[in-house]
Design a binder for this molecule. Structure first.
Ligand SMILES: Nc1nc2c(ncn2[C@@H]2O[C@H](COP(=O)(O)OP(=O)(O)OP(=O)(O)O)[C@@H](O)[C@H]2O)c(=O)[nH]1
Ligand SMILES: [Mg+2]
Length: 399
């Protein structure tokens, strides 16, 4: 599938100018630009229509768009021309919405993971699972994957006209039959531990019958929420893209600090690796802090533009990382090793570690290695946390 189907909020030129501005300390512009996109409602929304082969996906898309299967530009129906790649169709009732006709999840002969990769599953903003006659295991798997991404979906039981006919032939009350189908879907979602989505029983051949009108209304009223979720989920990606050039430069500088920590430490004070680590961690930290600090002026511009107090924006930036321990433990361990090498070196109790030929070099190398690793982790984590605080700032400004 073409890369161009990923939501593109900025043109290449715009992205380059935001990257340059950001590198020069302009933090407010990217956030305000994202806000502009959100306010304009001009957010491209890609909806994946997926499910088993023959479930009625293409028929559903055609009916949504008010075209028949034989019309020009209609999605091919019947499986004869089914493509291995998703195909996008504009949905005229809602501007900027594309319905993507995905190949049947069981029709490419792939395992689920390969199928998901083939259709770039994670690049869509919303999903509609189409299923016929009963809940399939693949429906459960797909809905789990959608929920894991924090995105929404609808569940469609298609070909309900066939069920209506069978029930009529068997003398079953159709209202009761529908209730049972819904209940069965709900039970299955609970069974696979997925929060049940909105469920619609439709005939892809009857736009005014069964739950089809309800589904169209639901999509129209859910669209603002789908758009804001799409933007929220895109922010980390946009942030990474805008910050990429600056991060690269700063990572180079961190690399230089790390390279200096080990050799310089061994040359100047081989018995005291903790001192060279401390020296380069502190100087690197000061440098990164200066480079990545957000000025009061920038915060003021942002605060006025989004009508939120500076104090609130600052508080959002200082939000702690959810992975505090995962980040802290390796640094503590490396710190302990570096400190241990220093203590052993200082107190002259290094005879145990002298090898071979009574040489202190292994101890020095151990100290240099751990001090380099410690400096690297400390500065890289600090860099990432500073860059992440911009994301928190963006989320708070856009809330
Ligand atoms: N009775 C009835 N037939 C339907 C309905 N939806 C689709 N069909 C028929 O089911 C067959 C398959 O429909 P498609 O829309 O091609 O199904 P698909 O899911 O796109 O199939 P693949 O692209 O092969 O994965 C066609 O013959 C459709 O006419 C429906 O709601 N009711
Ligand atoms: Mg199809």
């Amino acid at each position: 599938m073409a890369q161009s189907m990923l939501p593109k909020y900025f043109s290449d030129t715009e992205m380059r100018s935001l990257q340059t501005g950001y590198s020069n300390g302009d933090v407010a512009s990217p956030i305000l630009r994202i806000k502009g996109v959100e306010d304009s409602g001009n957010v491209p929304i890609n909806i994946a229509v997926l499910g088993d082969g023959g479930a009625g996906k293409s028929t559903f898309i055609n009916t949504m768009r008010g075209v028949r299967s034989g019309d020009q530009g209609a999605a091919p129906v019947g499986g004869y021309e089914a493509s291995v790649n998703p195909v996008g169709y504009p949905y005229p009732s809602l501007p900027n919405v594309q319905l993507w006709d995905l190949p049947g999840s069981n029709s490419l002969g792939f395992e689920m993971s390969r199928y998901l990769k083939q259709v770039q599953f994670e690049s869509y903003d919303f999903y509609i699972i189409v299923s016929q006659s009963r809940f399939r295991e693949s429906d459960g798997e797909l809905s789990k994957k959608i929920q894991q991404q924090g995105k929404g979906f609808y569940y469609i039981r298609s070909k309900i006209d066939n069920d209506a006919y069978s029930m009529q032939m068997q003398g079953t009350d159709f209202g009761e039959g529908q209730r049972q189908i819904r209940q069965d879907c709900l039970n299955n979602f609970h069974r696979v531990s997925v929060d049940p989505p909105a469920i619609f029983l439709i005939s892809g051949l009857e736009v005014t019958g069964y739950d089809f009108p309800k589904l169209q209304n639901a999509l129209a009223s859910d669209l603002p929420k789908i758009k804001s979720t799409a933007i929220r989920l895109a922010i980390p990606r946009m942030r990474q893209e805008i910050q990429r050039p600056r991060r690269q430069i700063l990572m180079w500088r961190i690399g230089i600090c790390v390279l200096l920590t080990g050799p310089l430490g061994v040359l100047l004070a081989p018995r005291f690796p903790i001192f060279s680590a401390a020296l380069f961690m502190v100087s690197g930290w000061i440098h990164l802090r200066r480079q990545l600090g957000i000025s009061e002026r920038e915060l003021g511009i942002l605060s006025r533009a989004v009508a939120k107090p500076v104090s609130l924006l600052k508080a959002a930036m200082d939000r702690p990382s959810p992975h505090k321990w995962q980040v802290l433990v390796p640094k503590l361990l490396l710190g302990a090793v570096t400190l241990g090498c220093t203590v052993v070196g200082c107190t002259g109790r290094d005879s145990l570690f002298r090898w071979p030929n009574d040489s202190p070099v292994p101890l020095w190398l151990c100290g240099a290695g751990s001090s380099m690793a410690l400096t690297f982790l400390f500065l890289k984590d600090y860099l990432d946390s500073r860059l992440r605080s911009v994301e928190h700032l963006a989320n708070s400004a856009l809330d």
